[in-house]
Design a protein around this ligand. Sequence first.
Ligand code: FES
Length: 106
Amino acid sequence: MTAIANPTWTLVCRVEDVPLLEGRTTSIDDRRIAIFRLLTGFAAIDAHCPHAAGPLADGIVADSCVTCPLHGRRFDLETGLALNGPESVAVHEVRVEEDEVWVRLS
Ligand code: FES
């Protein structure tokens, strides 16, 4: 996905670009971000797992958490905390306006 920047918020995609309970990656200011579509809305975190850089957007999404596809660390998409390891991942603000998904880096 190609992001369109503004001073604080960046348009990253449209709602229909991310299937329910899946993730997609984008870049904001050269930072890779994973966008997830949850039952309750959208979430955004850094795209690389802090354990060994696994692609978090490719992980299984359930219960507002994503499981890293490489070694199974499970991250809460609201807090960024790993539920089964010492690491955490940065969480970014997301807002949806009509069918546009916007992210502001933390
Ligand atoms: S790279 Fe994500 S758990 Fe190892």
